[in-house]
Design a protein around this ligand. Structure first.
Ligand SMILES: [Zn+2]
Length: 105
């Protein structure tokens, strides 16, 4: 997160302005573009994503939604329930809380 967490209402109210300005205050994937809630790093196979969201040309919400919204949309589109599996990033690492000094080589 590049700044303190915003409320979902604030995120949704300022989403278009942020996008038009090139996301000056937060990363576009920090928040769900559907509900305005905080978004985690996550992925799903593209066939499941498209089953919930439709073909890529029809993806709403800039194609950026949170896991909770995704499950809701997937269940509505397919009638299938889903269960999330949490998997630590590999190689296993701790969350970075500060930018490292210029050591990216
Ligand atoms: Zn959401």
């Amino acid at each position: 997160m590049s700044e303190p967490m915003r409320t979902p209402d604030d995120v949704l109210a300022t989403m278009a302005v942020q996008r038009a300005a090139g996301w000056p205050d937060w990363h576009p994937e920090d928040y769900c573009h559907r509900c305005g809630g905080r978004n985690a790093s996550w992925h799903v196979d593209s066939d499941r994503f498209n089953a919930a969201m439709g073909p890529p040309t029809l993806h709403r919400w800039n194609g950026i939604i949170c896991p909770g919204c995704f499950v809701e949309l997937h269940e509505a589109a397919t009638g299938l329930t889903a269960t999330w599996t949490l998997s630590p990033d590999t190689p296993f690492r701790r969350r970075v809380t500060e930018e490292p000094a210029d050591d990216r080589g």
